[in-house]
Design a protein around this ligand. Structure first.
Ligand SMILES: Cc1cc2nc3c(=O)[nH]c(=O)nc-3n(C[C@H](O)[C@H](O)[C@H](O)COP(=O)(O)O)c2cc1C
Length: 379
């Protein structure tokens, strides 16, 4: 079966099988952006089941871009914590990939101070209570790109096998690409091709910082669910350009890998008007066609069984990333591999002490998981 076969990236590094742990923020780091023992244990335990790769929770590259209390890769004081994280992620010899991000307009005002909120343009997100950011100056944009580059250098120094750029899920890179969030008229916005400039500049900077022998990946949301947002066709053009930068993989972030249209948001967005020009073709298939083997395609969203993973591969993915299933069951991959899928835990137990103890889920992560109704199944 393809899912258990090895995969070699452009960089030459190899995954022993096609399964990766998806990036999973624990919201549980120390205030200074270093990892706590509890979150290292969360990762170590899940990686120990033999994933070909683990992708870390997103690490911030600038203090003012923090969207939660997570890990940082923003200065050299973070190096030893990053080193410990890479070790934990390699618990069973899989590859360790650091995800890096900036929150832009959805950075958390309580963490950074409301006056520090900055984004491509002074346009608030539709999230309830969202504050209006100020528009970044051209110098600030350049400096953010440099900080992505520096964070990638730190990942290399800390011993990671590569970096995934978080270009998805409404964070800063996504905002630069979105016509809803980016109203700039300079090099960084205006036309579709100018809205690509920031994601491409970050990807080039990270590729350069890592050199050709480490993995550079990019995570993308294939379409925006709101009217006037970017379309699958726009995202395909971005992927075409990204693949031209010799990225090792492009990760498609979906709530359900089978869906060919944006799913209804589980959060309530005031004033959101859903788009009705939903694409007919599945984004994984479409991206695989455009990327045409130049980079690997990683699929995610709703993968809970071996046949789900095979389904994503049949749609054109080379790799799959698994999120909530491994949160709920740290032994998920062992059970899938040994054909004991019937014993996979279907949801988090009712008892919160049991969740913390038996599943090694840090308490703040649990609060985060439960903050979005329906996001994670309960027994
Ligand atoms: C608790 C939690 C934290 C997450 N943190 C991140 C993150 O840091 N970066 C990211 O790209 N996606 C993040 N995601 C999204 C997952 O990587 C994944 O794409 C999503 O959960 C859908 O896949 P699944 O159905 O296998 O969970 C997170 C999801 C959950 C449940």
């Amino acid at each position: 079966m393809v899912v258990w076969s090895p995969f070699r990236f452009n960089s030459g590094l190899k995954m022993a099988n096609r399964f990766a742990i998806a990036p999973l923020t624990t919201d549980s780091s120390h205030e200074d952006g270093t990892a706590t023992e509890h979150e290292l244990e969360f990762v170590r335990r899940r990686a120990a089941s033999g994933f070909g790769a683990a992708i870390s929770s997103a690490a911030y590259v600038e203090q003012d871009g923090r969207s939660w209390q997570g890990i940082g890769a923003a200065h050299d004081g973070h190096l030893s914590s990053l080193h410990r994280l890479a070790e934990a992620m390699r618990a069973a010899g899989g590859l360790a990939i650091l995800q890096i991000y900036d929150g832009g307009r959805i950075a958390k005002p309580e963490l950074i101070g409301e006056q520090c909120l900055r984004a491509p343009s002074a346009v608030a997100s539709l999230r309830p209570g969202a504050k209006t950011p100020r528009a970044m100056t051209a110098n600030e944009v350049e400096s953010l790109i440099a900080n992505f580059r520096e964070a990638a250098c730190r990942a290399r120094k800390a011993g990671f096998d590569g970096v995934e750029i978080h270009g998805a899920n409404h964070y800063a890179i996504h905002q630069f690409f979105s016509p809803r969030a980016n109203h700039r008229v300079d090099h960084w916005g205006g036309t579709l091709s100018k809205r690509m400039n920031f994601p491409l500049a970050v990807a080039q900077a990270v590729r350069d910082a890592l050199g050709p022998k480490l993995i550079a990946g990019f995570r993308v949301t294939p379409f925006e669910s709101e009217a006037g947002g970017y379309t699958l066709e726009d995202a395909k053009l971005l992927c075409h350009e990204l693949a031209g930068l010799n990225l090792d993989y492009i990760s498609v972030s979906l709530d359900d890998y089978r869906s060919s249209r944006p799913m209804r948001e589980t959060r309530v967005y005031d004033g959101a008007v859903e788009r009705n020009d939903a694409p007919a073709e599945n984004p994984i298939t479409e991206f695989a066609r455009v990327i045409a083997g130049r980079s690997a395609v990683m699929a995610s969203g709703g993968i809970r069984t071996c046949s789900d993973a095979e389904g994503a591969i049949n749609m054109g993915a080379d790799l799959v990333a698994v999120g909530r299933a491994v949160v709920v069951d740290p032994e998920w991959l062992c059970k899938v591999r040994s054909k004991r899928e019937a014993s996979i835990l279907a949801g988090l137990p009712k008892d919160e002490l049991e969740i913390a103890g038996a599943l090694s889920i840090p308490p703040r992560m649990l609060d985060y998981l439960l903050s979005r109704p329906g996001w994670i199944p309960r027994l």
